[in-house]
Design a protein around this ligand. Structure first.
Ligand SMILES: [Zn+2]
Length: 338
């Protein structure tokens, strides 16, 4: 065989292997139906009827950690990410909110009753749509200086912007909300900006990497005797939650499977074991490069980002050992908060 032929074969094999690896990495890391026993609602066909409006406190999950709390009177939104740009858009082009989509969300979910949007941190998959929400609604936007600079990029009025004051309770109707300083998921190669800030108004479209983390926060929500904690990221500040007990915990599990066994154990001990919730609802596990309307049900992250089946199973096992109940919300239907 001559050298040229050998090189051609080697190169072809290399290209073929690369394509095979890439195809594998972009596959969903399992299917949520594997966890049917924990899904709410269990039957996708009942989803449209599930949770019609009532004066009970409900929550709708829109993927990542965008959660809409509603007591029939007022609404609170944790994080604001509805426009879900595709992976190729995110990697190769600037991202921006879709005003028409936000208009539809406002109509479909009656967001005129929205009192506030509270942001866990300023990465685009948590905060991309806050400027557009603030443009279309007279809603208050609560977040770090970086988060407020995302809103300022769309000239949102300063009286709509509320700078987070850690550990100070804010009141919105019957909701009392306290921001707790927190820790982001450990950095990755494309997500290595922890502690960096957005120091000027950020106009869209902008590269996803311009949405700097700007510090992370958890939100403790108290509503008529019920206590809820929303932790968007897979990170903790040691003993930060020591003296808090909650009924429902929304717990970020992105990249949990990629951490060491010690990290996983410590994370779950410092959250589920410490807060002693009755119900644990995982968040930040869905493939957020899939656009709205959300797939029914949401799909797991591809292998390139996490092994979601493993992260989910780790969370369920730990939760059940603590005699709590794990509930997986897979689409934006109203779930009655326990
Ligand atoms: Zn983040």
């Amino acid at each position: 065989m001559n050298l040229k032929k050998t090189m051609t074969i080697t190169l072809s094999l290399l290209v073929f292997s690369l394509i095979a690896i890439l195809t594998f990495l972009l596959q969903p890391s399992g299917h949520v139906q594997q966890f049917k026993a924990w899904m709410y609602p269990p039957d996708i066909k009942t989803a449209s009827r599930a949770g019609s409006s009532s004066d009970q406190l409900t929550v709708r999950f829109f993927g990542v950690s965008t959660l809409l709390f509603d007591d029939g009177k007022d609404q609170l939104l944790i994080d604001g990410f509805f426009t879900r740009p595709s992976l190729s858009q995110t990697l190769f082009r600037p991202v921006q909110s879709d005003p028409e989509l936000i208009q539809h969300m406002i109509k479909d979910y009656d967001l005129k009753r929205l009192s506030a949007v509270l942001i866990s941190h300023s990465h685009y998959d948590h905060a991309l749509d806050i400027a557009e929400l603030g443009t279309q609604l007279p809603v208050r936007i609560v977040g770090s200086e970086s988060t407020l600079n995302i809103a300022r990029g769309a000239q949102i009025a300063e009286n709509q912007l509320v700078l987070i004051q850690p550990l100070h309770a804010m009141q919105f109707g019957d909701f009392h909300v306290t921001a707790l300083p927190s820790q982001h998921t450990p950095p990755t190669a494309v997500n290595n900006d922890l502690g960096e800030v957005i120091s000027h108004p950020l106009q869209q479209p902008a590269r996803f990497s311009a949405f700097k983390e700007g510090h992370s926060f958890d939100y403790l929500i108290e509503h008529k005797g019920k206590k809820i904690l929303v932790k968007a990221s897979t990170g903790i500040m040691p003993d930060q939650l020591k003296h808090i007990k909650v009924d429902t915990l929304f717990l970020g599990i992105a990249q949990l499977s990629r951490q060491s066994p010690d990290y996983q154990q410590h994370y779950l001990e410092q959250t589920i074991a410490m807060l002693k919730p009755k119900v644990v609802i995982p968040v930040h596990w869905d493939n957020f490069w899939e656009a709205l309307p959300l797939k029914q049900p949401l799909e797991f992250l591809p292998y390139v980002a996490d092994n979601t089946s493993k992260s989910m199973q780790t969370l369920i096992d730990f939760t059940e050992k603590q005699h709590a109940k794990a509930v997986i919300l897979t689409q934006p239907v109203a779930y009655p908060v326990q």
